[in-house]
Write a new protein. Structure first.
Length: 391
């Protein structure tokens, strides 16, 4: 659900979107409406998920203790004393983190003061194994499962340290005094730029998102959200082949008609020269939300299956924490990020996507929040008989 909100905000720069040509086209240059969209996507993955990518391309090596190449291990060994100092209470020089950043994490106290070291150690010791498993994956679902299995311990660590960890990160960025950026002038330019970001709004949004995802300081809901993402990815995999009788609810193939209609509507909106940029962006987002509405509400016979897979107590509780304040804080930060990117010479499309978020009207934001909660807001009548008891 959180992913939907992020996608809608960044996709809001659609007024500048250059439509990618479909992999197969009909006689008029558009989609051949007699075909299912997912049949066209299948050939794109026929050569394997990662193509000819090899372990050596990713800096992996079976002959080392970490699973990384000796060159990557050398980088880890160079970073380790800085990220995991012998005496974290003392700091006269820190090339990578900076002493101010170290002190900011030290103030978190208890286990959270060692968060940078804990995460660095986990990645250096475990990331290679997960990367190798990803290369061997034969489906999108397998990749998502491996990725989420790998990041779950990190997410739970953040859960235990939220929201204080976000204050520490802000300090690290706005008061950076390490040497990774080069000379003092470059470091000052960076910290000045970071001070232009609306961290207050971002921290509020991240606090809400963390609460929704984690469920508690122990991160008890991380697995539920991970399972949800894995099932969505697996549904995509199933969509690439013909659906067996009685399995329409297990894939996205039934969304073909609405996706085609939305594709056509977006093309029309883009070509409407009389439409303002703000109106165009709001119209685009509302069209995209039609796909999600059809997924959740367009097939009553799928309600029981969808509720079993996705309507867990953690997911439903997390959704309820996302409100208009959450949306406005994201937009406030996105607008400040656009200004910073412009000052740093960022590309136009990145800026357009972020600035467009500010154009969103209240009705569009409410529509996004409604789409994030199919069980209680979008079509509750379909799911009322299948909801688990939550306490």
């Amino acid at each position: 659900m959180i992913l939907l909100l992020v996608l809608c905000l960044f996709a809001a720069g659609s007024a500048q979107l250059q439509t990618m040509p479909p992999p197969f086209t009909g006689p008029d240059g558009g989609f051949p409406f007699s075909a299912n969209l997912f049949d066209m996507l299948g050939p794109l993955l026929s050569e394997g998920i990662f193509g000819n990518l090899t372990e050596s391309d990713l800096g992996l090596d079976n002959m080392t203790s970490t699973g990384f190449s000796r060159e990557v291990e050398a980088v880890f060994n160079m970073m380790r004393p800085d990220v995991c100092p012998d005496d974290p209470k003392k700091c006269s020089f820190s090339m990578i983190m900076g002493c101010t950043c170290r002190k900011a994490f030290k103030k978190l106290g208890k286990d959270c003061s060692s968060l940078p070291c804990d995460m660095f150690t986990y990645v250096s010791e475990n990331a290679a194994g997960y990367m190798k498993r990803m290369l061997q994956a034969e489906s999108i679902g397998e990749i998502v499962e491996v990725v989420l299995e790998g990041v779950a311990p990190l997410l739970k660590k953040v859960c235990s340290c939220s929201p204080g960890v976000y204050n520490a990160v802000e300090t690290c960025l706005t008061k950076y005094d390490g040497m990774m950026l080069g000379d003092a002038a470059a470091t000052k330019n960076f910290t000045d730029s970071m001070k232009g970001l609306e961290f207050k709004a971002l921290k509020k949004a991240l606090g809400v998102a963390s609460s929704a995802l984690c469920g508690s300081k122990e991160g008890e809901c991380v697995e539920d959200f991970s399972d949800m993402m894995v099932e969505l990815a697996t549904m995509f995999d199933r969509s690439l082949g013909e659906t067996a009788p009685g399995e329409q609810c297990l894939s996205f193939r039934r969304l073909n008609a609405v996706i085609m209609n939305v594709y056509g509507a977006i093309a029309g909106i883009k070509e409407d020269k009389k439409m303002s940029e703000a109106k165009r962006m709001n119209a685009w987002v509302k069209e995209v939300l039609k796909v999600k509405e059809d997924f959740w509400c367009g097939a009553p016979e799928c309600a029981e299956h969808l509720s079993e897979e996705f309507a867990t107590c953690c997911v439903r509780s997390g959704i309820k924490k996302l409100d208009m304040k959450f949306m406005k804080n994201i937009i406030m930060f996105a607008n400040s990020a656009a200004s910073v990117i412009t000052e740093m010479g960022g590309d136009d499309m990145s800026v357009d996507a972020l600035v467009a978020a500010e154009m969103m009207k209240g009705k569009t934001l409410k529509a996004i929040l409604r789409a994030a909660d199919p069980f209680d807001k979008m079509c509750p009548e379909l799911y009322e008989d299948f909801m688990p008891e939550c306490y």
